[in-house]
Design a protein around this ligand. Sequence first.
Ligand code: RFL
Ligand code: PHB
Length: 390
Amino acid sequence: MRVQVAIIGSGPSGLLLGQLLQLASIDNVILEQRSRDYVLGRIRAGVLEEGTVELLDRAKVSERLHREGLVHAGFDISFEGARHRINLAELTGGKKVVVYGQTEITHDMMDAREASGARTVYKAHDVEVREFDTDQPKVRYRKDGTEHEISCDFIAGCDGFHGVCRESLPKNAITHYEKVYPFGWIGLLSDTPPISEELIYVNHPNGFALCSMRSATRSRTYLQCALSDSVDQWTDDMFWDEFKSRLGPQTADGLVTGPSIEKSSAPLRSFVAEPMRFGTLLLAGDAAHIVPPTGAKGLNLAASDIHYLSTALIDYYSSGKPTELDQYSARALKRIWKAERFSWWMTSLLHRLPENGEIGVKLQNAELEYLLNSRAAQTSLAENYVGLPY
Ligand code: RFL
Ligand code: PHB
């Protein structure tokens, strides 16, 4: 098989790139190691920046998002048992975010891809990327026991943090920057109404908690937990009891609890691989960088990478010049590092960080008091949360 662009991974990065290339009549194939249902079963992000929504508009996959997405003009920070609203819209000249699950976006993009007739190979095993230091790179994979080879102009590595593309680069061609946090998150999805119409980020002596949602009847809640905690260890009752303690009596009073329909745990990590291009192999999304989820930036960064990458590829195929492709990595990384800084800052502000000792608690409390009483500090938080410009 021959295509212009071979995309590895059918997460949000790969699907969005595939859709934008398809609309520009650039021939592409997506190779995904998992099944369609497995990809759709992953519960992940929930908060979309306006820039991400605009990009999904451009990709013509936002019809249901505009119908079902929940537009949020602010969120609460709970500190010492009291809630404080961060008015995003007022602080940013009217900008808002949209709460719409990654699962739904993935669904919408898969449907659009199927309708367009573009090819996706699910359960593509042992994907190998080769000869990407030449202008005739190749991808090999195995499907149902048969070996296949694709020749292409470019390979887009959209295969997430544990993917094969970044790992295939020569070790001396790439620099990794990494911080692994000494705690994780456990998340619970339940068919219960959210406690509040907007998100609540909770700082509590026992640790961070987050009340998020997927709809008016479906809650997504998270707790900071020990890295060694397993999902099975946290029964639903234990989870809700701890969640109520962290919310404090005033807020917890109105909480409706119910059985989990999904529960998962995730470690927290800040990670960047530089540069994001090696020859004809281009990395995007979680394949190149990870943020801790506190700032809700992972999916939004995947979208901004795809904005830069799709624009560069479309320009290459229309002008024949590689100028934009040459600038892809540097352009994307500028925005990535700002989101890395913000996600690290918001994580440090809201979690228990035992390694920082008692002085760490005092400094964190002082920072929260400053933030909650300073319009200047809140403006900076709001500007980053709604998303910095592309
Ligand atoms: P993905 O979604 O990991 O997709 C990569 C795809 O590549 C496939 N793959 C391979 N395919 C073929 N061959 C191989 N060798 C392969 N190896 C892997 C995988 O099966 C998969 O289908 O990466 P992508 O597309 O870059 O998208 C990134 C986002 O998924 C991620 O950044 C967000 O989910 C992060 N995130 C959040 N982001 C936000 O913007 N807002 C949020 O509110 C938010 N909340 C979250 C999050 C991530 C979380 N977890 C679990 C990590 C909350 C959580 C709890
Ligand atoms: C979510 O709804 O999954 C979510 C929301 C906000 C975050 C992280 C995750 O900061």
